[in-house]
Design a protein around this ligand. Structure first.
Ligand SMILES: *Cc1c(COP(=O)(O)O)cnc(C)c1O
Length: 377
């Protein structure tokens, strides 16, 4: 009892978390990115894609900051994400579920006031009969497959759906949408193919507004904007277009604390498997984040962290809770227990880390673990 009380009294959150890492999420930069995207698509509007906890950055904080900038349309992947967000946002928002309407979810979805993206004729009919049973006109979005073959109403269901829609008084279709498969590749011909298909669909469903562009699509030009764009990664500072200057502002900074330093002679093995062997006397620092914190194990022996702009290569394998880096390039004594090194920040972008391990910024962001102390600015 006593020792428990003592423990709680002496609990110091800063000291307790200071030995791991700080994930700083710059909500002002997020807001500037939203304004930039809104300006790029005007007179169309910009929604926000906040699925997977806003790409790992915190759906509630992110959505509230975007709401303050006038964002009223939010896309998530799953019904549960939508319900949680609905409870936290003002009533003047619309929340859409990209993954569609799952069987059994109709009443929950209707009661929560969440809007399903209907991806098939079957989903359309189920939502329509839910409206009939509830005696309500339910809102919905129709998503069409224009060439990605992932989600959306297929070509062969379109005419039946169009006929069903004519006699359907239980649904209010807010807009039609589709998703681009290659929008980050400005020169990819599939973009124009999908746009052409979307125009055919818009003619078949005349009178309905179009929602089309993701982040990459925003920068493909006005033809792709429709009335509502759906950027995700660009809001969070990720590059919307591959291989060109990233026009977005970084939103995430990740600093991780040093938890031990040492000097080892030439010929010393480092880390699991002894995959790295020092060739000269080397100074090492171990930092308090590993693959359980979203730093991929594939960074082993290839990635780096930074301190004061100096690159500190990762040596040996990435462990679950820590990584060892070579700090010989820094003057002796620069780093000690508690010093913070940069994993993501001015010297290393999301794309840099992603490229080092052959993945995309999205995967790095959404993997960032729960053990960092999160700071919203
Ligand atoms: C994830 C997603 C988006 C956002 O894509 P970004 O490339 O992050 O901008 C938009 N639309 C759909 C259907 C999605 O699944």
């Amino acid at each position: 009892m006593d020792s428990h009380a003592l423990h709680i009294q002496s609990w110091d959150a800063d000291a307790a978390t200071g030995a791991s890492g700080h994930l700083t999420i710059d909500l002002a930069a997020l807001q500037r990115n939203y304004r930039k995207l809104s300006a790029a698509v005007a007179p169309a509007m910009a929604a926000a894609v906040v699925k997977a906890d806003a790409y790992g950055l915190g759906a509630e904080q992110v959505s509230k900051a975007l709401h303050a900038q006038g964002c009223r349309h939010f896309f998530v992947a799953q019904l549960l994400e939508a319900i949680e967000l609905k409870l936290r946002l003002p009533n003047d928002t619309q929340i859409f579920v990209l993954n569609g309407l799952q069987p059994g979810g109709e009443v929950t979805c209707a009661d929560a006031g969440v809007i399903p993206v209907l991806n098939s004729l079957e989903q359309f009919r189920r939502w329509s009969s839910a409206g009939q049973k509830l005696g309500r006109v339910l809102p919905a979005v129709l998503q069409f497959d224009t060439g990605m073959s992932r989600l959306g109403i297929p070509l062969h269901e379109r005419s039946t759906l169009a006929a069903d829609l004519k006699g359907c008084g239980n649904l209010e279709i807010l807009f039609i949408m589709s998703h681009l498969a290659c929008a980050d590749e400005a020169d990819n011909k599939q973009n124009a193919d999908q746009l052409a298909e979307m125009r055919v669909i818009a003619a078949e469903f005349a009178g309905l507004d179009v929602c089309f562009a993701n982040s990459g699509g925003v920068f493909l030009g006005g033809d792709y904007h429709g009335v509502l764009a759906r950027p995700g990664i660009a809001l969070y500072g990720g590059a919307p277009t591959a291989g060109t200057h990233n026009p977005m502002e970084p939103v995430v900074r990740l600093e991780v604390a040093v938890i031990q330093t040492r000097t080892v002679p030439a010929g010393t093995r480092v880390g699991y498997g002894g995959t790295h062997v020092t060739s000269v006397e080397t100074r090492l620092a171990t930092i308090a984040a590993g693959y359980a914190d979203g730093l991929p194990r594939s960074l082993s022996d290839r990635g780096a962290v930074f301190y004061d702009g100096v690159r500190l290569p990762i040596v040996g394998r990435v462990s679950m809770d820590s990584i060892t880096v070579d700090i010989t390039a820094l003057p002796e004594g620069t780093l000690s227990l508690g010093s913070l090194v940069e994993v993501l920040g001015p010297h290393q972008t999301l794309e840099d880390v992603a490229e080092a391990v052959g993945t995309i910024s999205y995967e790095i962001l959404t993997s960032l673990g729960r053990r960092y102390e999160r700071r919203y600015r």
